[in-house]
Every structure is written in C-alpha cells, then in structure tokens.
Design a protein around this ligand. Structure first.
Ligand SMILES: [Zn+2]
Length: 349
C-alpha cells in the first residue's frame, strides 16, 4: 500500500525558495516546491511534503531571503519524534532509521527495517539502479495495535481500508502495528519498507509521477521473507511472491493468456486498475509478474526503467502514450510480446 496524494496533476508554478510556514499547528521551515493560486507544495526540513491551500483563511507562508535549505539532522529528528510520541514510545536509532515503538520492545523492529533496507540497496545496485544517500532519516512507527494506528491515520486524514501498514509518500513514514505477527503482516511490512527504501534512495522520486505498476511491482517483489534475509535469496523459488503467483494462476492465466496480456497493456499505460476495488488485486499480481520477470531475466532493462522513471521532471504527469513508448524502448519489444514472455516465465515457475 502506497499513499500518494499530490503527484497526478500538472504543476507549472515550480520554485525552490525557503519559506516559513504553518502546518499541523506548528511553525516550521521548508522549501517551496510549487506555488499556485490554489495550492502550495512545501518540503519540510523533516522530509514531509505538505500540500497547503493558500486561499483564505490563509496559511502562514513567508519567503525567507538568503537562506539555504538544510534537512533536519538525525539528532534533531530524534528529539522531535521523542516530543511527538512521548511518554509511551521510545525512539531507536539505527544507521538509516528512526524507529518509534512502545517502550522496551528491544531491537527486533529496528533490525527488520535496517536489514530490509540493506537488502533493497544491494539488490538495486546489482541491477544498475542509481542509488543515492537519502536526505532524511527514514521513520518507521510501530503502533501497539491496529486501533492506535487507525487513530493516527485519522489524525493525518489518511483514508484507507483495512491494512496492516502503509508507507505514506507525504509523511515519508512507514506505519504499522504490533499484534498478530502473522506471516502476511510481516510480508506487508517488507512491502512497505521497500516503498520507503525506494523513495529515499532515488530508485523512485517522491515528486514525480511514477507508474503504479512499477512502484507496486517492486513492493510485491520484496514481500517474500528471503528477499530481506541477510543470507540472501539464492534460489529462484525463494524470490517468488507465492501469493501473487497463486492469484495469477487461479484468476488470470486460468482464463487464457489474453487476459494477462490485456492487463499488462493497461498497467503499462495507466494507473486506473489500482484505483478500482474490482481490479486492484489483479493489478498487484500482474504488476509483480511483470517487474519480477524484468528483474530476473532482463536486469539491465530493469535498472534502466527505474532510472528513467526516477529522473523525469518533477510534477509532470506521465501520459499514457509516453509511458508505453518509454517502456517498449527500454525492453526493446512490444508490450504484447513482453507480457507473453512474462507469462511463459511465470508458468514455468
Ligand atoms: Zn504498495
């Protein structure tokens, strides 16, 4: 589950000025990315992306002359988070994360996130994906149970159905909860952690329009436990998302190869299936199949596709035709041919 709220419209009022602004009841500094009559988009020093309505009653947003933007340091972020979550939570720092969890929970969650990130970076680097150091420490919050997590979603106006966790692009946080640590909950955590790693390492950009089949295909790819195991997933079978494969076998390829090919064409050109409850499961499963085949059999093209989508101009919608043309140029074949090959690969698993 990936929560994006501001990437699908055209923004031509792009700036890069340092501003002081008010959001969530706090005065803070940030960089004004987009300045339009009906919307301001500001990147805060803590890595949040705020979308503010400048119409009356106006939010406070004043330009600051001669000041350069600096991201909050890990120490500064840790202190802020301690204030935000005290007294029941502790903040545990790792190399790449600030993990907020109920007091006395030990090192288990910090290790899960740190290991997931390391595995992700290693996997991407091997396939030529351009990786950079993140600008902000990554924040992962583990609430004690589902109802406390839902309370936080309400506070942040996050409106989602029943989920075990999510990564929100705007807050740059992964949020999940303790409780039933079933294998499916842990798969969700690895999926969300992969989103967070991707958006903080430059594999995706938080301010451009990345096709959902690519972001969700990657999320699905990192669900199998072996994908984040320090020993690595040396066997193909360990890298397979069995749940997605089962879904494809039962619901998509069972009805003939035409359905898989048609869904693949739709996903490459637009994100509509991810917004439709009736088609969302199929969208996730086919997205996984396409990205997994690409990563396994065309690793160079896999890297090129991620580098291409991450380096597009910020805040520009990615038109259907352009998505298809870019993809076919990178894989050097028609989407129909690519999806038929994907299906043959998946059927042999
Ligand atoms: Zn997702």
């Amino acid at each position: 589950m990936l929560l994006i709220t501001c990437s699908n419209r055209f923004y031509d009022g792009q700036t890069s000025e340092v501003v002081e602004f008010s959001a969530l009841g706090k005065i803070q500094k940030g960089i004004l990315l987009v300045d339009l009559a009906d919307e301001l988009i500001i990147l805060g020093r803590d890595g949040w992306i705020h979308s503010l309505d400048p119409k009356p009653p106006k939010p406070i947003c004043q330009r600051i002359e001669n000041e350069t933007f600096t991201a909050a340091s890990a120490g500064e972020m840790r202190n802020r988070l301690r204030r935000e979550f005290r007294p029941d939570y502790e903040v545990v720092s790792t190399t790449n994360f600030l993990v907020i969890q109920s007091c006395g929970r030990g090192e288990r969650w910090p290790k899960v996130f740190e290991q997931a990130h390391r595995s992700f970076i290693s996997y991407m680097t091997k396939r030529g994906v351009k990786i950079r150091n993140g600008n902000f420490p990554m924040v992962a919050i583990i609430f004690p149970d589902e109802s406390v997590m839902r309370h936080e979603f309400d506070r942040l106006h996050i409106d989602v159905g029943r989920v075990a966790g999510l990564y929100s692009v705007n807050t740059n946080r992964v949020m999940t909860h303790e409780g039933t640590r079933t294998s499916s909950v842990m798969a969700t955590v690895r999926h969300e952690a992969a989103h967070q790693s991707a958006f903080n390492s430059g594999a995706h950009s938080r301010i451009n329009d990345t096709p959902r089949w690519i972001t969700e295909g990657i999320g699905q790819m990192f669900e199998p436990a072996a994908m984040t195991d320090p020993r690595g997933a040396s066997h193909l079978a360990e890298r397979v998302n069995q749940e997605s494969l089962r879904y494809l076998r039962q619901n998509v390829s069972a009805t003939g190869s035409g359905r898989f090919v048609q869904t693949a064409i739709t996903l490459v050109s637009n994100d509509m299936m991810f917004k439709d409850e009736k088609h969302i499961n199929e969208a996730y499963a086919v997205a996984w199949g396409l990205m997994f085949y690409l990563a396994e059999r065309h690793p160079k093209a896999f890297g090129q596709l991620l580098n291409k989508t991450a380096s597009r101009r910020p805040f520009q919608p990615y038109q259907h035709r352009e998505r298809m043309v870019d993809f076919e140029q990178i894989v050097d074949m028609h989407t129909v041919e690519f999806s038929r090959k994907t299906l043959r690969f998946l059927e042999a698993l």
